[in-house]
Each structure stands twice: as C-alpha cells, then as structure tokens.
Ligand binder design. Structure first.
Ligand SMILES: [Zn+2]
Length: 270
C-alpha cells in the first residue's frame, strides 16, 4: 500500500468502516510508516477532541429547526414548511445519527478551532500578499509576459522548482507581475494575474498536503485522483493542490466555487 492510498483510508479506519482485508493492509502500512501513523494519530486525536468538546452541548431548538428547514439541505419546495420533527420521521433511520453528528459538528467544530492558538501556516501567511499588492504596498517585477515571469521566478529559486505558468486568458486574466516571498524559511513564488476577470494570485512552493490549513475543506477529485483544499483569509478565497513536490495555491476574491472549478481544470495529476 502506498502512502497516498493509506491517507485515503485513514478516516474510514477511525470510523470503523473498513473491511477486514483493507484494514489489515492499512494497519500493516501504519506499523511501518511513521508519516502515515502520525496522520492517523492526529486524526484520531481530533475526533476525540470533537467528541469531548461536544459532550454536554445540545443544539438549541431554533437552530435545529433552522438547519432542518434549510432548502440547501432539503430541496423539497412544493409543500408547505414542515416542522423539523416531521423531517426526522421522514429520514431513513440510518440517516438520523448522521444528521445528529452533523449538528454536533456544526456547533463543536467552531468552538474547537477558536480555542486553538493562533499560529498561521504558510498557506494562510502567503495570502497576506494579495491585499498588500492591491494597495500598492509590494515591490513586484512587472511584466505581461508569462514566459518571462516563469523564467524570473524559477531563477530566483535556483531552478529548484517553477511557477505553474497557467494561461488564464480564457478568464480575461493576464499575467502582470511576479514576486518571491520567504515565509518560515521557505521560498514562495507568486505569479499575479489581472484583468476584467479580477485579480488572481498563483502561489507555488515546495511542500506537502500537510501545508493546507487544518480547517480547509478537502475535495477529492476522482477523475484526477487529486485532493483540493479550499480555505479563505478575509475576503480572499484560496484553493490548494499538490503536483509532486510542488504545492500550488490559487487565490482570488472570486467565488469559491469558481476558484475550485478553475483549480480542478488546471491541475495536472503528478
Ligand atoms: Zn505511509
């Protein structure tokens, strides 16, 4: 079993959803691979923290009914509004504990994250350049030539890695500048696009998927067998993915769904 395969199964192992064969081969991998074992331990610890934090918390009745009457969850439109108890009765019995767990998460997760000490991972720290660029507060190398930006930035890291060099003209975005930042001793390449489509930053640096903020939403794209992590900082939305050793983050004030679709369309499986 590879590490990537193991990472995909770790959550299912914790939730006791694996069959005998998958469980044994994953457990075998965990006994030999400290990296995946760490991921497993961290995820188990997180689950425990959530369980602890959620103990003794009950969702207030008005919140429960708001969630249960939310059309984004229950799309039935033609009938008059039901009371939330009616929805519960309509649900297959198996779904009820899932819903209860979702409610718990909705309440317990924010509490858990607010109580964490504020240390900013590289992916979030990088986004700071977005607002600073828009307010003209960043020294950048201006050029409208993608190849030149790629060359300049690649040279800045001694050819170790390179920016993605995306062509975004279809979205009315043209390259305008490139710059290099150093965050926690790691070089981050920034290619900046602007146009009628707004402003978009493409960050690249050497790293792993562990560089995604812990509270990022993970989307697994089955077609490309890749993970995409969505998160935001202030009004800036960001989507992170990994290509080999290189982490790429697209950041923009455009809606998250558009940014996610763009990242998925441009990403190359490594
Ligand atoms: Zn592993």
């Amino acid at each position: 079993m590879t590490c990537a395969e193991a990472q995909e199964l770790i959550t299912a192992l914790i939730d006791q959803e694996l069959g005998q064969a998958e469980r044994s081969s994953l457990e075998e991998h965990l006994s030999e691979c400290s990296g995946c074992r760490l991921a497993f331990e961290e995820e188990s610890a997180l689950k425990n923290k959530i369980r602890e934090a959620a103990r003794g918390i009950n969702a207030p009745g008005h919140l429960r009914s708001r969630i249960l009457s939310d059309p984004r969850i229950f799309t039935e439109k033609s009938r008059p509004a039901r009371r939330w108890q009616d929805y519960l009765r309509l649900m297959p019995p198996l779904l009820r504990p899932i819903l209860a767990f979702a409610l718990l998460l909705a309440i317990a997760l924010p509490m858990f994250y607010f109580s964490k000490p504020a240390s900013e991972p590289i992916a979030l720290a990088a986004l700071e350049t977005y607002d600073r660029f828009l307010s003209g507060d960043l020294p950048v190398h201006r050029t409208e030539n993608t190849d030149e930006i790629v060359r300049q930035l690649t040279r800045a890291v001694g050819g170790q890695f390179h920016p993605m060099g995306y062509d975004l003209t279809a979205m009315n975005l043209r390259p305008v500048a490139g710059l290099v930042r150093e965050i926690d001793g790691r070089k981050v390449l920034v290619a900046i696009y602007q146009g009628q489509g707004g402003t978009l930053f493409c960050y690249t640096f050497l790293g792993s998927e562990q560089d995604a903020p812990t509270n990022a939403a993970r989307f697994f794209e089955a077609a490309k067998k890749m993970n995409f992590y969505a998160f935001s900082r202030g009004r800036v939305n960001a989507v992170l993915h990994r290509e080999g050793e290189i982490i790429c983050i697209l950041a923009s004030a455009m809606p998250m769904e558009e940014l996610l679709a763009l990242a998925k369309s441009k990403a190359k499986p490594s």
